[in-house]
Ligand binder design. Structure first.
Ligand SMILES: [Zn+2]
Ligand SMILES: [Zn+2]
Length: 156
């Protein structure tokens, strides 16, 4: 049985998202090509403009390795990083977002930054400052949504 995600690759809808996604994939590919990625000087105050830190090692090690199904191979499912079609029964690493990659493509990438190069789903990191930044961002978002809700309730 093919899952929802197998049938519907998460297509980004807005151009900016598409752009960011392509930029990430391009970075992942340059890593694969053996080009060293310069992720810039470490500046903990400005995570908005930089790639997040590496994913936690245990998380990466524990990503499920699954065989490619005949249906996926028939459909010509490709590794998003190297663009090679997966072979039936080939072992691939599956991210929590259901995107599959060659272990040799995704593992070095996750050693650089924690997100899926295709959809930017983030894995937990070891970096406390970054984790705090993420929580803080989430809190601010919730506060904004609450304010918007209150505003809407008062003025509509
Ligand atoms: Zn690959
Ligand atoms: Zn993904």
């Amino acid at each position: 049985m093919a899952s929802y995600f197998d049938e519907h690759d998460c297509e980004p809808t807005n151009p900016e998202e598409q752009y960011r996604q392509n930029a990430l994939l391009e970075l992942a590919r340059s890593l694969l090509a053996g080009m060293d990625l310069d992720l810039g000087e470490v500046d903990f105050s400005d995570w908005d403009h930089r790639l997040p830190p590496a994913a936690k090692k245990e998380i990466v090690q524990n990503l499920p390795t699954v065989p490619v199904t005949p249906a996926q191979a028939d459909r010509g499912l490709k590794c998003p990083v190297c663009l090679l079609e997966f072979e039936e029964e080939e072992k691939v690493k599956k991210m929590p977002c259901e995107h599959s990659f060659h272990p040799g493509c995704i593992v070095p990438w996750l050693g650089k930054t924690n997100s899926c190069p295709l959809c930017r789903l983030e894995l937990p990191t070891d970096n406390e400052e970054y984790e705090e930044y993420k929580q803080d961002k989430e809190r601010r978002k919730q506060k904004e949504q609450r304010l918007e809700y209150l505003h809407g309730a008062m003025y509509t």
